[in-house]
Design a protein around this ligand. Structure first.
Ligand code: 6R9
Length: 642
């Protein structure tokens, strides 16, 4: 499909970027990057304005932006707005139960952030220290991030859906001495026992100085003497004065763990100045944000989308950002549209998996709510199939609202490829055009760039300010993962096609990473969770097409000698993976097999396993190098029986 849809005139009247402005700005951004990025830095307040702008190399790898500039991102997101919009709502929160809301004006946000910053200081947190945040989607999550930024501490937010095991690994990897959590979080009417998970993570594991517990669900929790403190009790004595720490542009801002194709999750490290400019700029243009508008990004702050477009991008622009603790189908599947109506949401940003799940419920739950406030719709997290795109366009947006399909990654800090509402036609299923300063290249297996309409591995030829700087504690892994496949290029891990009009179509991951409901998962992580079960000898995990989730998790499992597969064991393995990683990693299909297809040198032939999981038996390719070619037939047989 190569349908072209023009943005409706009414929605983009007075937009920040016309087609001509896009062409001119894009050209300047790639032809005179220093001038362009010096100008864009002026979106922020600097304690010392940068004179060094871009200083980077992909071979050897060394990336620095604005390196002599000094600023504080919390100042830029909070303090600097006080004179003009102190009484404007900065963050509006709605809880799991409809209509339960709280809000913070910029002035109130300032007071809360200062209080939290002082509490962290009293717990001994200093500039450069890592602080782990394991929180539900409540105002305090944003407050804690900003408080860390204020005092120069490096936050590591761990998604509340991750298991104690996963949390423990992340606390250990960045050696944080402080954990901020809540008694519990609410999702779909159920309490997620966050504090109990922290207790389990720390049990016999990493030693920390303090666990600060925010009172939220009022569920029973155990408090360990000398280690655990209720946040409200400590905060009661906190001073209401806390200046912003002057940060060098290249001082670390946060670590966020993300799955890769091998080994344990990587601590993606972002620094202060470049990330701030990138999120502020992309938020302004991509969402065409106008003062006074209500912006709602449904992502959890445990993911990069929540960092960049619930907290930092909107607040750097003085916007009003809506935070939602619950889930799209509680109490029923009209919840999103109910909230859109009640809060008069102008810009709505969500994931294709949510769109597909809601589309399945039909039009009625959408149509019964007034959505006339919406001006712009957005999607992120995975490729959106044209069918889901068209439903979003037609049913949710009434063919009135431009859709921005935004391609980016934890590693890129902010949006990289998208259409801009006022500047581009849309093509359902295509992310669109490169954002300012972005020079994508499609490389073939030999590393040759393909020009014009072409398909290849999506790489970046040049750096951009929001690029990650390193893998925390393992710079060599950073170099290996992103810069070794194609020397002198950043390799995204995605495959991509470019059409005759220069639009980019993401085709999905080309490595052993799968995308389940917009969440990135390393197949290796699921495999190691499976083999940690005492009855599992070996496993191979692949993705397969799933109507709602985009990709489902397909697990081939061989048992230790003498053990027989059973339904009970299948359930147990599912539970086991949930416990090891978290509910998002729950296997969709477990396929017991006496053996895995291997080459004679012992390598698992994943290509074949992927094809069988996808039900594509005609295109298995060369199976002659298999140690046991007969195995393929029995695997196909097993697949057909599911
Ligand atoms: C922001 C975020 C990154 C991976 C990325 C790609 C996929 C994200 C997409 C998309 C097609 C889009 N992805 N947005 N694919 N179209 N608009 O999701 O970060 O969690 O690190 O995932 O998600 O495969 O490589 P992250």
């Amino acid at each position: 499909m190569n349908e072209r849809i023009s943005p409706p005139a009414a929605a983009i009247q007075g937009s920040h970027c016309t087609p001509e402005q896009y062409e001119a700005l894009y050209r300047q951004s790639v032809e005179q990057p220093d001038a362009f990025w010096a100008e864009q830095a002026k979106r922020l307040d600097w304690f010392k304005a940068p004179t060094e702008i871009a200083n980077w190399s992909f071979d050897p790898v060394d990336i620095r932006w604005y390196e002599d500039g000094v600023l504080n991102l919390c100042h830029n997101c909070v303090d600097r707005h006080l004179p003009e919009r102190g009484d404007q709502v900065a963050l509006l929160w709605e809880g799991d139960e409809p209509g339960v809301t709280r809000s913070l004006t910029y002035r109130q946000l300032h007071a809360e952030v200062v209080r939290m910053a002082n509490v962290l200081k009293t717990q001994g947190v200093k500039k450069g220290d890592r602080v782990t945040l394991y929180l539900p989607m409540i105002l305090e999550a944003a407050v804690a991030m900003l408080a860390c930024a204020r005092i120069g501490a490096v936050h590591s937010v761990v998604f509340g859906g991750f298991s104690p095991e996963a949390l423990r690994g992340r606390i250990e990897d960045c050696r944080s001495r402080i954990v901020v959590t809540a008694d519990g979080g609410m999702r779909g009417g159920k309490v997620v026992p966050l504090k109990a998970n922290v207790d389990a993570a720390l049990d016999g594991g990493p030693e920390v100085d303090a666990v600060l517990v925010i009172r939220h669900c009022r569920n029973d929790v155990a408090m360990m003497e000398g280690r655990d403190r209720w946040y409200d009790e400590v905060a009661a004595d906190a001073s209401d004065d806390c200046p912003c720490e002057p940060m060098n542009a290249e001082d670390p801002l946060f670590i966020l763990y993300t799955s890769g194709s091998t080994g344990k999750p990587k601590g993606v490290l972002h620094t202060t100045g470049g990330y701030a400019v990138w999120t502020a700029l992309t938020f302004h243009y991509v969402f065409d944000y106008r003062p006074g508008e209500m912006f709602w990004c449904t992502a959890d702050v445990g993911w990069v989308t929540g960092h960049s477009y619930v907290v930092y991008g909107p607040l750097a622009n003085g916007a009003t950002s809506l935070m939602f603790e619950g889930v799209p189908n509680y109490p029923d599947c009209s919840r999103f549209w109910d909230m859109v109506e009640r809060h008069k949401v102008n810009i709505f940003y969500t994931a294709p998996t949510a769109i597909r799940a809601l589309a399945r419920e039909g039009e009625a739950p959408v149509k019964k709510h007034d959505r006339s406030s919406i001006r712009i719709l957005g999607t992120v997290g995975e490729p959106i199939n044209p069918q889901a795109w068209l439903w979003y366009w037609r049913v949710v947006g009434d063919e009135r609202c431009p859709i921005v399909d935004t391609w980016w990654q934890t590693e890129t800090g902010g949006i990289m490829i998208t259409t801009l509402p006022g500047a581009h036609d849309m093509k359902p299923g295509s992310a669109g055009k490169p954002f300012f300063g972005i020079v994508p290249e499609l490389l073939d297996a030999e590393g040759k760039a393909r020009g014009g309409a072409a398909e290849g591995n999506l790489c970046m030829a040049t750096s951009w300010p929001g690029q990650m700087r390193t893998v925390y504690g393992d710079h060599e892994r950073f170099v290996q993962t992103y810069f070794s496949a194609y020397r002198g290029h950043y390799f995204s891990g995605d495959g991509c096609r470019r059409d005759d009009d220069g639009y980019y179509w993401i085709t999905g991951r080309v490595d052993d990473v799968i995308n389940v409901s917009g969440h990135r998962m390393g197949t290796a992580e699921v495999e190691s969770a499976l083999v940690s079960h005492k009855l599992v000898a070996e496993s191979a995990v692949v993705g397969y097409p799933h109507d709602i989730k985009g990709q489902g998790i397909y697990c081939y499992v061989t048992l230790i000698a003498g053990e027989e597969p059973s339904d009970a064991l299948e359930t147990e393995l599912r539970q086991h993976v949930r416990k090891e990683i978290g509910p998002i990693a729950t296997p969709d299909l477990i396929h017991f097999t006496p053996a895995l297809p291997k080459t004679r040198s012992g390598k698992i032939m994943r290509r074949i396993l992927r094809k069988i999981a996808e039900n594509e038996y005609g295109s298995l390719g060369d199976t002659s190098t298999l140690a046991d070619p007969g195995l393929v037939d029995s695997l196909i047989e097993g697949r057909r029986n599911r």
